[in-house]
Design a protein around this ligand. Structure first.
Ligand code: BMA
Length: 342
């Protein structure tokens, strides 16, 4: 099993971060002013990387045995929404299984809910001794599926975290006050025209409760709904949360993403929230695809040595893209451009 060694440096803002020396990285293009910049190799995963796929997008990546592994949203040519496992040496070039992940029930009772309907928008996080996966799981409507793997070969399914309808279940990377923590976004059974972020806790990854409101919609790029993106990043200034926000334009939804800081001990308390987005769909691979105008982040790698961050996001519900930034710069950006809420 992978050994985890966290780096603690006094002058760094990250807490409990591991080194990822081979994190995918490109320097900020000369003269480029925004806090995040895109990979020149975007889209890094094309829609047709595997024979069965119509599109590959909104996917989650983690460091694994000195390389990378991930859980990918692959919608098939019959337009089923599925999760597939993938591996990469460098975070750019991926080999994905052509078959969907087949979950084994963690216990007998899970058999009752394990019938596959659809699965999408995965998140993956290492907590204590294994990789946990959450995803939007079809069970009489969308809800939050939870499972785990030790090796990205065998995957075990736990109980769904919540009742339908819910999406964007995102775990915290460690217990908080002795409990697992999860953000989620209660929704409806369709293309939900609303959505706020809530926090829930669990003693055992099975029973979730003490639900708390975290943050809701405001205006502009986050006027219609908001939902947690990658696993929150622990910093000395709070949990750095990258989240998506949706604007309803006269031509439909527009998905951008921005950032906020949440209290380390009470993550439902927002310390600060950036007013401008970090990245909005402005490149052709974000604007043109099966669903136009979508930039949807599901994972962020952070190197504890350099504080470099690589964000994986889906482009136009069709491809996987990468953007880069520095954790400290994003936090400074939030503080310098705060959203003022009443
Ligand atoms: C949301 C989810 C995402 C998708 C987005 C835009 O409701 O289904 O997977 O990227 O819509 O279509």
């Amino acid at each position: 099993m992978e050994k985890k060694k966290s780096i603690q440096k006094d002058n760094f803002i990250l807490k409990n971060a591991n080194a990822i020396p081979n994190i995918p990285w490109e320097d900020r293009p000369e003269g480029f002013k925004d806090v995040l910049w895109r990979s020149a190799r975007n889209p890094v995963i094309p829609r047709d990387l595997i024979p069965s796929s119509n599109s590959i997008f909104n996917s989650a990546v983690v460091p694994f045995n000195g390389k990378f592994a991930g859980v990918f949203r692959c919608d098939t040519k019959t337009r089923m929404q599925q999760l597939h496992v993938g591996f990469s040496d460098n975070g750019y070039d991926w080999e994905l299984s052509d078959d969907r992940i087949k979950w084994k029930p963690d216990d007998q009772a899970v058999n009752e809910i394990a019938d596959f309907q659809y699965s999408y928008d995965p998140r993956v996080v290492w907590i204590e001794d294994r990789y946990y996966v959450t995803w939007c799981n079809g069970y009489h409507g969308p809800t939050i599926g939870v499972g785990y793997t030790y090796d990205f070969k065998e995957f075990y399914q736990l109980e769904n975290a919540f009742l339908p309808f819910n999406r964007n279940g995102v775990l915290f990377p460690r217990k908080i006050n002795g409990k697992y923590g999860m953000l989620s976004r209660p929704s409806d059974n369709g293309h939900t025209p609303f959505g706020d972020i809530y926090f829930s806790e669990s003693p055992d990854m099975k029973y979730w409760g003490r639900h708390r409101f975290v943050m809701g919609t405001t205006g502009g790029w986050q006027a219609t709904k908001v939902g947690a993106g990658p696993i929150p990043i622990e910093t000395k200034d709070g949990w750095l949360l990258i989240y998506h926000g949706v604007l309803t334009s006269c031509n439909g939804y527009v998905y951008s993403f921005g950032a906020a800081l949440l209290d380390l001990d009470q993550p439902w308390k927002v310390i600060a929230r950036g007013a401008p987005y970090l990245l909005a769909p402005q490149m052709s691979y974000e604007q043109i695809g099966d669903v136009p105008n979508v930039a949807f982040p599901c994972a962020a790698l952070v190197d504890g040595e350099s504080e470099r961050m690589a964000v994986y996001y889906g482009g136009a519900d069709t491809v996987v893209c990468l953007a880069f930034g520095y954790v400290t710069e994003i936090i400074d950006f939030i503080k310098a451009n705060p959203l003022k809420i009443e």
